[in-house]
Ligand binder design. Structure first.
Ligand code: PLP
Length: 242
């Protein structure tokens, strides 16, 4: 390992420890068991070498939001890890997805958290069949009327959930949301939890709630998040262009 790699490893280790501490404190404050919370480390914009360092530090769940970047990075990551017999990482696709890309994502993602319309369900199901893979899906919920950052409106979720449940190779696991810009994350995630409860009452296997990022993970934990998606607090700030 070069001195530079060692430095980066130390930095990632410190940042990861700080985030784990926030999760532990957040769980204690919310009266929850940290063992029921999965940290998904969002590695978008950062290289495969960082994913490998994080894997060394015990991270197994990674999030990416762009198809091209994710496929190339994780092809490299998986090649290195499988050569040494290391445990497989799980890749969560968390970005807005065009239906013509969805079949491709089905080839390499393990979880797709950003399912927000029927066309995507059809395309992911077709992709899963083509690649003979099973996918775990979360429905992305829009918590305000602005759906430009992705997400289905709550009134469309039941039909979407039924469409996923009807597909053999797609497992409906729950919901995901990003707190709307400028909104109170507590109010947003409280609303998400109501929506999640509604879906789970009809689909008992759909108990995951993916809520909370670097800035609002404590709010996520207060409202039942089972999955946190954290980038900046672990990897540092992303380039602001792009
Ligand atoms: C980038 C991203 C994150 C991570 O955000 P940070 O603020 O860097 O922790 C979480 N969720 C989604 C959907 C993202 O696109």
């Amino acid at each position: 390992m070069t001195a530079e790699e060692r430095g980066r490893l130390e930095q990632l280790r410190d940042n990861l420890a700080a985030v784990h501490q926030r999760i532990e404190r957040g769980c204690a404050d919310a009266g929850r068991d940290p063992g029921e919370v999965t940290l998904v480390v969002v590695t978008k914009f950062f290289p495969a070498s960082d994913v490998l360092l994080l894997h060394r530090l015990g991270v197994r769940n990674f999030g990416e939001n762009r198809d091209q970047e994710a496929v190339e990075k994780f092809r490299d990551v998986r090649r290195v890890l499988s050569a040494t017999g290391e445990p497989e990482p799980l890749l969560h696709f968390i970005g807005q997805l065009q239906s013509n890309k969805a079949g491709h994502v089905a080839a390499y993602a393990d979880v797709v958290q950003s399912v927000d319309r029927h066309k995507l369900v059809t395309a992911l199901a077709r992709g899963a069949r083509t690649h003979d893979r099973r996918l775990l899906l979360l429905l992305q919920v829009s918590l305000d009327a602005d759906t430009s950052r992705g997400g289905a409106l709550p009134e469309h979720l039941d039909a979407l959930a039924d469409a996923v449940a009807a597909e053999d190779l797609l497992d409906l696991r729950g919901v995901m949301a990003v707190a709307p810009l400028g909104a109170d994350p507590d109010a947003s995630f409280a609303r998400l939890r109501e929506v999640a409860d509604g879906i789970r009452s009809r689909h008992p296997g759909a108990g995951w709630i993916s809520a909370g990022m670097s800035g609002d993970l404590e709010a996520g934990l207060r409202h039942g998040a089972t999955h946190l998606r954290v980038g900046t607090a672990i990897l540092g700030s992303r380039p602001s262009l792009l």
